[in-house]
Design a protein around this ligand. Structure first.
Ligand SMILES: NCc1[nH]cc(CCC(=O)O)c1CC(=O)O
Length: 310
């Protein structure tokens, strides 16, 4: 049987590679595989190639996964390693998330060239981010700042910052931790006033529903608390029909058989924000996400999304 090596598909950024190597290490530890049993295949995606426009204009999250998912469906890849926050809620037919790894730090960090914290940046300073969520949250905290689009992988964004394209930027602490670059951060942002994207900090493995062998191999890597949190956050996102046009923040925290949830939606300019803090039994994770979404939609009213969709 042509079952080795197991082929893991990943994007080629440094963060993506670190994550794929983490999955390989965990598979080796769980099953006694050697390095040569698992190959890491770098796949270039449309999302990686289009750098100059906001994601919302070019087709959203699916762009970073399309070519990798084709590889899974065609059997060239056995599993794909992703950042959960980059994953759409509806996956192509035949694919599913077979494991969520233990979650890293969920928080965002602010990084400034001068070392000034967000609150201490001079009036009118320039901050680069491509994330609508980060832009909207920033506008609430610092309406005076000038926001510019900062795309590309973590290294690209940090070099743009160093080159003076902006005075500051925002990144996920999880990615910096994984690359041993946490000392780059100027300030860790409070997750109540600056909540993360749904799925932030959680690596996931995507594979074919039909491939039971892969399901068995990845099962020991799955972290129940992370899966629970991600069920809430992703059902919240799905109910909101979240695209990259909608600033959405979500953080679920499992605790003693319950799960606490903070969900938020904003207008891109940050002028309107609706949030809820809810709790449910862990068996009701999916309902919690969906019910919180409907509650916020009801508060926001029917024009909330329509009013600013181009
Ligand atoms: N969109 C890029 C992306 N996808 C996941 C992470 C961080 C790692 C994670 O959330 O697990 C990042 C970079 C960033 O936002 O700083």
């Amino acid at each position: 049987m042509n079952s080795f090596p197991i082929r893991i598909g990943t994007r080629g950024s440094k963060l993506a590679l670190v994550q794929a190597h983490e999955v390989r290490s965990r598979l080796m530890a769980a099953h006694g595989f050697s390095e040569s049993d698992i190959s890491i295949e770098v796949i270039s995606t449309s999302g990686d190639r289009i750098q100059d426009r906001p994601l919302s204009e070019v087709g959203g999250k699916g762009l970073f996964t399309r070519e990798i998912e084709e590889g899974l469906l065609e059997g060239r890849l056995h599993m794909a390693v992703h950042s959960s926050k980059d994953m759409a809620t509806d996956l192509p037919q035949g694919l599913y998330i077979s494991a969520f790894l233990p979650r890293e730090d969920v928080r965002d960090v602010f990084i400034s060239r001068s070392g000034a914290k967000l609150a201490d940046l001079p009036v009118g300073a320039v901050v680069g981010s491509a994330s609508l969520r980060r832009q909207a949250l920033l506008r609430r905290l610092r309406p005076d700042l000038e926001l510019i689009i900062f795309r590309g992988n973590v290294q690209t964004r940090l070099s743009k910052l160093q080159a003076g394209a902006a005075d500051g930027t925002l990144l996920a602490l999880a990615g910096l931790n994984r690359m041993n670059m946490a000392d780059t951060a100027t300030e860790i942002l409070d997750p109540i006033s600056f909540p993360p994207a749904p799925g932030q900090g959680a690596i996931c493995i995507e594979s074919c529903l039909a491939n039971e062998r892969i399901a068995e191999l990845v099962a020991p890597l799955s972290d129940p608390a992370t899966s629970l949190a991600l069920t809430v956050e992703r059902s919240f996102l799905a109910e909101l029909d979240g695209s990259c046009r909608t600033p959405i923040a979500a953080l679920a925290t499992p605790k003693n058989g319950k799960v606490q949830f903070h969900g938020m939606i904003l207008t891109p300019d940050g002028s309107q924000m609706f949030e809820a803090f809810e709790q449910a039994d862990e068996g009701d994770a999916e309902v919690l996400g969906r019910a919180t979404a409907r509650k916020l939609l009801a508060q926001a009213g029917p024009e909330f999304f329509e009013s600013w969709v181009p």
